[in-house]
Write a protein that binds this ligand. Structure first.
Ligand SMILES: *Cc1c(COP(=O)(O)O)cnc(C)c1O
Length: 514
């Protein structure tokens, strides 16, 4: 049911914001006087008219139809759906942050600039990089910034014959897409039987045409690339640069720095590793870190701490009266790849990441990596004991691992997708299915560090039950989910022909949606 269907002419819910309601109810109130009459709409907009309580019940009910980390175990591989401490949210929502206008002068925003500057410094340390820009608003946009910087670097040296970016076949789809958007040709290289990059294929693919390599380490197969030193040498010797897809940073946080592995540029999904609720497409932050030689190309703006030009503009605190924070612009970084967002990126997400990093400290970050890998390895071992097929049993898992449902499918016809849908009935969000595509009928499972042993044991029990059902009552599994508000959706139709328009017949009742 849509909120429009709860609409009754004349129902109001002005108690939420009485001054606003007053300002918009008549044609000549103060708010409107500065808008030319010709531009004012004559009719009321076709919005639902519902009481406050109707609205609260409607949206609360809707929210309860969703799976979320607050309600369910959510082991969606590569997405790091961990619990986000409420404190991060509370502090990022302080009215002093929320009410600040993005065009307010830097002199009145020294506090928020200090937070952003500190976050840049923390991420520099975490990544082992020389500089960080917080501007990209998603992992994919961070990738774009990173490869654009690699391109700008080669171009600035007059090295324009480099046309290719090498991407392993296990990579997230955004990697090849990014390379293409930056004008490169993608050269795909295979993975060997251990889940590592095939070094012979890498050598064969590398040459004077190589602009760089995009690598995820630990990879989306859930294994840490042990020969990363060899890999970086092959690429650097050929004059290429190394890009680190930092979506899996959770596994190595505080343990290993991508800069120490020889990477030149990295994006970090702050909405994965640094505690922002995400899913359903929003909102994110994909901060980029770079090695020394890419510093001039960082996307703008970057926050700097500089000697104050005007008296009394000091940042305050710790006696730093003659220093001030300010945004660097094109004047400071003339070779920058440019602005990636209006104002300061997704600042609410950045503040959450800042609070999270400060709450954890270096010691807490070590623990994140330790418990994330412990949970993944415990779950992998328990599933293996239960007879499930682990994709790379000879390897220790990083923060995630893959099991294959191929044996179950061969025996019963029940696919990884059927298992995923049946998990919903058992109260678990399914793992990532059919990615990476290298492993048939795969489930990519990432338990994260925030889950307890009981939850992991419950998940193993649910998978065992489903396997039993697959043999005894396969129709039950094939027809799942049975307990959800919707059954199996036509994913392709939903993506290609999505129609969410509501058309009124004038009575606020006529509803068409797909
Ligand atoms: C999530 C993810 C990305 C893309 O990040 P977005 O923030 O979704 O754009 C890239 N690579 C890997 C391995 C990922 O898991």
């Amino acid at each position: 049911m849509l909120i429009f269907e709860r609409s009754h002419p004349g129902r109001r819910n002005a108690a939420q914001a009485p001054h606003h309601a007053a300002a918009t109810s008549g044609p000549s109130t103060g708010l409107r006087t500065s808008i030319p009459a010709a531009l004012l709409r004559q009719d009321r907009p076709l919005l639902p008219e519902a009481s406050e309580m109707d609205v609260v019940r409607h949206y609360t009910r809707l929210s309860q139809k969703n799976f979320s980390i607050d309600t369910h175990f959510y082991p969606l591989g590569s997405c790091t759906m961990k619990y986000n401490p409420r404190a991060c949210n509370t502090l990022a929502m302080l009215p002093q942050f929320l009410a600040r206008h993005p065009l307010a002068p830097e002199s009145t925003g020294q506090g928020v600039l200090a937070c952003l500057y500190d976050l840049q410094e923390i991420l520099k340390d975490v990544a082992g990089m020389a500089g960080v820009s917080l501007m990209p608003m998603a992992g994919a946009q961070g990738e774009f910034a990173g490869i654009a910087m690699i391109r700008a670097y080669h171009d600035a040296r007059g090295d324009t014959a480099r046309t290719e970016i090498i991407v392993p076949d296990a990579a997230h789809g955004t990697n090849p897409a990014t390379a293409v958007m930056c004008g490169y040709t993608v050269k795909e290289i295979p993975t060997d039987a251990n889940g590592d990059v095939d070094l012979d294929a890498l050598r064969a693919a590398t040459g004077p045409q190589t602009a760089g390599l995009m690598l995820t380490n630990p990879s989306t197969l859930g294994v840490f690339e042990k020969r990363i030193t060899d890999i970086q040498k092959i690429i650097h010797d050929a004059g290429g640069l190394l890009y680190y897809d930092g979506a899996n940073l959770n596994a190595i946080l505080g343990k290993v720095k991508p800069g120490d592995m020889g990477f030149d540029v990295i994006h970090m999904n702050l909405h994965k590793t640094f505690s922002t609720p995400h899913g359903g497409g929003g909102p994110g932050a994909g901060a980029v870190g770079v090695a020394e030689r890419l510093l001039p190309f960082l996307p703008l703006p970057v926050v700097a701490k500089l000697p104050s030009t005007a008296g009394g503009r000091g940042a305050g605190g710790e006696g730093s009266n003659n220093e001030a924070y300010r945004y660097l612009t094109e004047a400071d970084l003339p070779q920058s790849i440019g602005y990636l967002s209006a104002f300061s990126g997704n600042i609410g997400i950045l503040l959450r990441a800042y609070v999270y990093a400060r709450m954890l400290g270096a010691e807490g970050m070590h623990r994140v990596a330790e418990f994330a890998t412990l949970n993944a390895n415990y779950l992998m071992a328990e599933l293996q004991k239960a007879g499930f097929t682990v994709a790379f049993p000879q390897r220790r898992a990083s923060h995630e691992f893959i099991i294959s449902m191929k044996p179950l499918k061969d025996a019963t016809g029940i696919s990884a997708m059927d298992v995923a849908k049946r998990l919903l009935d058992k109260g678990y969000h399914p793992p990532t299915t059919y990615f990476p595509m290298l492993v048939p009928e795969c489930l990519l499972i990432e338990p994260t560090e925030t889950e307890s042993k009981e939850t992991l044991d419950g998940f193993v029990a649910a998978l065992k039950e489903i396997r039993d059902e697959a043999h005894a009552t396969p129709e039950l599994v094939k027809g799942a989910p049975h307990t959800m508000p919707v059954r199996r959706l036509d994913d392709v139709k939903a993506a290609r022909e999505l129609d969410l328009t509501w058309k009124s017949n004038g009575h606020g009742k006529d509803v068409t949606t797909n």
